[in-house]
Write a protein that binds this ligand. Structure first.
Ligand SMILES: Nc1ncnc2c1ncn2[C@@H]1O[C@H](COP(=O)(O)OP(=O)(O)OP(=O)(O)O)[C@@H](O)[C@H]1O
Ligand SMILES: [Mg+2]
Length: 135
């Protein structure tokens, strides 16, 4: 599902996905330079109740934030030496949030649940995308 969102709508989506997430939810947050990955992560973490400031895990393999409703393990996949190492993180299906630059004030977001159609439907309904989808 693709949708053009304003920054406010994007922040709202990050918060809804935080509410939707449960233990072991894996989210792949993908986007070119400056598309809003860090801002998205900050809104997501804040909604989980994490009070620390979210940074890019540039010098660390993973940053852990343990002060919220769920523990958040923030990996920078660019740091993984081999693509296959991602499997060591351990996951079956994952939520994919892809941010594409779309002018100054908006971004195109692509939202999918890879490997689980039932969860995809549930998640799109939860965040209110099924409404857009059917319209
Ligand atoms: N949700 C948002 N609300 C307001 N501004 C935003 C939002 N997302 C992105 N921006 C704008 O885009 C800029 C880059 O955002 P951000 O740093 O989150 O991107 P990034 O994908 O983490 O970039 P990088 O790849 O360089 O780390 C921000 O400084 C801001 O101007
Ligand atoms: Mg960033």
């Amino acid at each position: 599902m693709n949708k053009i969102l304003t920054f406010d709508e994007l922040n709202n989506l990050a918060e809804k996905l935080a509410d939707y997430s449960c233990e072991n939810t894996v989210i792949a947050l993908i986007g070119d330079l400056g598309t809003g990955k860090t801002t998205f992560s900050q809104h997501f973490a804040k909604r989980l109740g994490i009070d620390e400031n979210i940074k890019s895990p540039t010098f660390n393999y993973v940053l852990e934030y343990l002060s919220g409703r769920l523990p958040l393990y923030h990996f920078d996949v660019y740091r993984l030496g081999e693509a296959e190492e991602i499997y060591e993180v351990g996951y079956e299906d994952y939520l994919e949030v892809k941010l594409n630059y779309h002018g100054e004030d908006t971004r195109e977001v692509e939202l999918r649940y890879i490997g689980n159609e039932a969860k995809e439907k549930e998640m799109l309904e939860y965040v209110g995308f099924s409404y857009w989808y059917s319209n």
